[in-house]
Each structure stands twice: as C-alpha cells, then as structure tokens.
Design a binder for this molecule. Structure first.
Ligand SMILES: [Zn+2]
Length: 174
C-alpha cells in the first residue's frame, strides 16, 4: 500500500492506494502526489512513484530517486554523487545532474537555488521556504504561512506570479 498526499481541486488529502493501477488512475485524474512525511519510500515503490510523475524507469534513476526519497532532505548534485559513491554505485556526474534536473522538471523534487553555485534538490515539494546556513551550507525548512508577504510588486504585464521562494541566510552565533 502506498500512502500519499494527494492534491485535488479540494486541497491536500492523505490517501492510500492499494495498487499501481489505483495510483496511475489517480495520477491521470490530474492529482499530484507527495510521499507522506511519516513514511519512507520503499525501494520497490520507487519505480511506481517515478511512473506516477511521468518518468521512465532506468537503474540509475532508481538509485538517485532512492537517495532523494529516503527521507525529506535537501541535497546538491555533488552530495548525491558522494552518496552514490559511498554505496559503490557508479553513475556519471552528467547523469546525476541530468536526472536531478529531470526530477525537478517532473515535480518529483523541487530545485532550490541559493545562488548560481549552490543549487539543492528538495524531496519536500510542498509549499515552504528555507533558511540557508552560510557557515555549514545546509538548508532548513520553514512553513510558507509564517512569512507574510502582502506588498508583492505587480508582475510584469502579460505575466502572473507563479511562486514566491524565500531563502533567509543565517550564520552560527559564534
Ligand atoms: Zn525544503
């Protein structure tokens, strides 16, 4: 059984799907899936999760998805490479970068850009913002509803605001 957060026109719901058939049926109905917070993604379910996001399964994608979906986390492409190496899995750097880019494009993970040299992939794709610790280079989440933005500038003509990402830089006290 797969427990997922399901987004429908009525908002987010925690749902359970007994089979891949049920998962795919719900996916084609236009819902969006998010692994529940209280649950780690089992290896045998990762292929199903990839399919649900329209990502065709390859052994390398399964390995990279397993690292990202093990828990809610923020990892750079280089950190994913290090974890693959630690598990003695050989995946080229180019494949890791391309795969994480594809995962982000398909909504499996979220890309968080701190600056042009620091890009992280976040397995928590729900709406939230980040603290970035400049001393240790880590990201921490904070909920989007604690930051109230009521003076957003009007979007340029012919466009509308898609999303607001806040990264607050912090450093350690002493
Ligand atoms: Zn995050």
């Amino acid at each position: 059984m797969i427990k997922l957060w399901v987004k429908s026109e009525y908002g987010w719901h925690k749902g359970c799907f007994e089979s891949r058939h049920g998962l795919n049926t719900a996916y084609t109905a236009g819902m969006i899936f998010q692994l529940t917070e209280d649950r780690k993604c089992k290896r045998e379910e990762i292929g199903t999760v990839l399919c649900a996001h329209g990502i065709s399964v390859t052994p390398q994608r399964l390995e990279i998805a397993a690292i990202m979906l093990e828990t809610k986390r923020h990892l750079s492409a280089d950190q994913v490479l290090l974890r693959l190496a630690a598990a003695e899995t050989t995946v080229s750097k180019a494949t890791v970068y391309n795969t994480l880019g594809l995962f982000a494009e398909c909504g499996l993970v979220r890309e968080v850009t701190v600056d042009s040299t620091k890009v992280f992939y976040d397995s928590n794709t729900t709406e939230h913002h980040h603290f970035y610790n400049v001393d240790d280079g880590t990201l921490a989440d904070f909920p989007s509803d604690v930051a109230v933005l009521n003076q957003l500038p009007a979007a340029p003509e012919g466009t509308k605001t898609a999303r607001v990402d806040i990264v607050i830089r912090v450093h350690n006290e002493q």
